[in-house]
Design a protein around this ligand. Structure first.
Ligand code: HPA
Ligand code: ZN
Length: 344
């Protein structure tokens, strides 16, 4: 791709819906936090740390990919550190010209090494993001994640806190983690409460597990969007069903290759989904773990799947339409983005 196009993509106003805050913590940031808060890491050498928390090539499965998160859990020793991490992640997104961002995180994961109260943790996360919103041209909404491996009890607590902070920076909930070992139906009770409370719902499904999980996520858990959903590509009937139900798929190309959700990039069904009329968004998932940026992912999509600049621009507006951000924020953002995109 020529340099001019790379610059165009970098400067283009962008919208991203599927990005894990924990997956945005680079070895540099983790080292800074470790230095400032006296956190002991297995190595304080940047390159060694990088090889511990960054995927090299690809992993053998989603489960092995998730093991890369282990040391990232040390990045939250105090609430001040939580706020700083949140600020840095939102700032870096703004520097990549992401204008509307949904950022997801797991309160269980972020308080694993400490005893942060979830309310305090959430306040710190929101404070960091609000500071970045003040300094940069970015709108951030948070999705609180339910970790599959933690079981139903914390899941109900996530729903409770998300409902209490809905409209106050929280825009929805998610179900993430080892899909093979913990299928979606284990969490039906929690998601029923979420639906009763009118929460927006996205669910990781059809990534580490089969297409039945996608059906259950939509029909029983009330998912309005699906994280990945790759497995419907095996099943024409399911593709038609997802298209007709207008359930958007949050696509993360590099992540899908690294977790071996697809055998290689060329086999990824993103173009097939798009041409079939399924709603999609393009996303990074865990950019620091995968060593990518949102811009580099968009370029990857253009280079490997022949997405044109106009199609990428259209996907940014589609992502905004699919976003769980509050309507008033979307109504302000849409004409602004339309105008800027038309001038590119
Ligand atoms: N799938 C499941 N859990 C995750 C992912 C993912 O892609 N990224 C971070 N946690
Ligand atoms: Zn994800």
């Amino acid at each position: 791709m020529d340099k001019k196009m790379i610059e165009t993509i970098r400067k283009m106003p962008k919208v991203e819906l599927h990005r894990h805050l924990e997956g945005c913590i680079s070895a540099e940031l983790l080292l800074e936090i470790a230095r400032d808060y006296n956190v002991k890491l297995p190595s304080h050498d940047l390159n060694e740390l990088r090889s511990l928390i960054q995927v090299q090539g690809h992993t053998s499965s989603l489960r092995e990919f998730l093991e890369k998160f282990y040391w990232v859990g040390m990045a939250f020793p105090t609430l001040e550190a939580v706020e700083r991490v949140s600020y840095c992640v939102c700032r870096d997104c703004a520097r990549d010209n992401i204008r509307a961002l949904e950022l997801r995180f797991s309160p269980v994961f972020m308080s694993m090494e400490t005893s942060h109260r979830w309310e305090d943790l959430l306040h710190a996360v929101l404070k960091g993001a609000r500071q970045a919103e003040k300094e940069f041209d970015i709108d951030v909404g948070f999705i609180i994640g339910i970790s599959r491996s933690n079981g139903l009890k914390p899941a109900l607590r996530v729903v409770d806190i998300a409902a209490n902070y809905s409209g106050l920076g929280v825009v929805g909930i998610d179900l993430f983690g080892d899909e093979e070992a913990f299928p979606p139906e284990l969490f039906t009770t929690a998601f029923k409460v979420a639906q009763e409370n009118g929460l927006n719902i996205t669910v990781h499904a059809g990534e580490g597990g089969g297409e039945t999980n996608i059906k259950i996520a939509i029909e029983e858990l009330g998912a309005q969007r699906i994280g990945h959903g790759i497995r419907i590509s095996n099943d024409e009937e399911m593709m038609a069903w997802v298209r007709d139900k207008e359930i958007p798929l949050e696509i993360c190309l590099t992540s899908n290759v690294q977790t071996q959700t697809v055998p290689d990039l060329q086999s990824h069904p993103v173009r097939k989904f798009y041409d079939y009329g399924i709603k999609i968004s393009l996303n990074t998932d865990d950019p620091a773990i995968s060593n990518i940026t949102f811009s580099s992912e968009l370029i990857l999509a253009m280079e490997n799947f022949n997405f044109t600049l106009d199609e990428i621009k259209g996907l940014m507006l589609d992502a905004l339409d699919q976003s769980f951000l509050e309507d008033y924020r979307k109504e302000i953002l849409r004409p602004k983005l339309e105008r800027e995109l038309a001038n590119i």
